[in-house]
Design a protein around this ligand. Sequence first.
Ligand code: C2O
Ligand code: CU
Length: 476
Amino acid sequence: MTITRRKFLEAATATAVAGLVQPVLAQAASPDKVLTAQTGQIEIRAGQKKLDIPVWGYGGASPGETLNVEQGGTVSLSLKNELPEDTTIHWHGIRTPNNMDGVPGLTQKAVATGGAFQYRFACDDAGTYWYHPHANSAEQIGRGLCGPLIVQEQRPLAVDRELVWVVADWQVTQDGQVSHAYSNMHDNSHAGRFGNLITVNGQRRPLIDVQPGERIRLRLINAAAARILSLDIPGVSGWWIALDGQPIEPRGLRGDPVYVPPGGRADVVLDIPTGMDPGKILEIADATYRKQRNTLASFKLSGKQVRGTPLAAPQKLADNPISLPNLDGAELKEITFEGGAMGGLRSALLDGEKLPIRQLAQRGALWSTNGKIWSSLDEIAQQDKLFNLDTGKSYVFRLQNRTAFPHPIHMHGHTFQVIAVNGKKKSTPEWRDTVLVFPDEQVDIAFVADNPGDWLIHCHVLGHVTAGMIAAVRVG
Ligand code: C2O
Ligand code: CU
């Protein structure tokens, strides 16, 4: 199932020498494996202190193992649940058949403690994806349950090394314990739950040895409950090459900031500089929030120089085989998000019953989607969907954020193009599965409804999901 980057590089070099570029053939179905959701522990060094953090993880680890598959290959594994409560796995960003989407109540029965479920689906799209539960998500993902799913391109980019970083955001209390309170009214009604300890692959500010002149492909996965990430890497030149797994025209790191919201991913090519002293530290920081620069990790220059002259800027990767929406024939659907603190929502339909804000708040229902809120995934499954869409037809969803907070809106089963922001058309629309919509912003996304079934569309701020910012559409 695993093909190392080095093998790809060797293949790439070999074909370059031969003057031929041949696609690496997709592997046959990967051997069956078992992923066990279970309790575990990770040790985090924070300054002088060592924190033992109890986690829920796949294989007891947080993040869980990186699943590697070649484009066109199949993921086939059995989820075993050894947690004290129901769980599932959702394959974020993968256009799976509906019954593999991992939404309990909507696409499958929840996997009870001691139970198992067999997942099997093809990965048509190359890129950086991730997997996580879709049951009690704020707590289960908050406790560490998630892992990377990497679908390697058939013609991969030549780099010296590939790094996969899962960023998590823990809340550590005064006495050095991790808080396992994943939901409270204040956070759920504001920007969500921010932590005070950011980790990369379960480590605080890891120090990674890199060689001068090395070219690195960094795959960044934002598994935080609420924190938006952007990258600031002084002294290193680099390019954003893919967002949510989907190739983009390479964009310099120093240009306009690129935000990677909760649920989102970014692929970045980094060229480690030459001519610096060995031992020099290069910081990779998140600079999304003013006055709150957070070091994610650091590179330490060591070892011999890989090359003297930097490589040329990376080329755009090949597009994934996603149907292009027909914008002329597309049907426009508006989705308006309201609610939250300072939002002015007066009332909404909760499971079909009109309730004033006070009663909604008592039931923890704080965010509405087109004036409606569903209290649970079971209600979403039973009640009318937000929209019924025709299979094969193109749609434009106009996402309107009438709240005081940014929301990363994620859609299941489909990858969409962001075609306009505030009515301004994008000249080169980019693909996403999770799009950040800022307060008072209007974002138009377009897609072909080509995957039949019931699909969630929801905010990926986990506390907002808890507070009702989640709906479903039916295709077919
Ligand atoms: Cu990360 Cu409903 O998804
Ligand atoms: Cu939200």
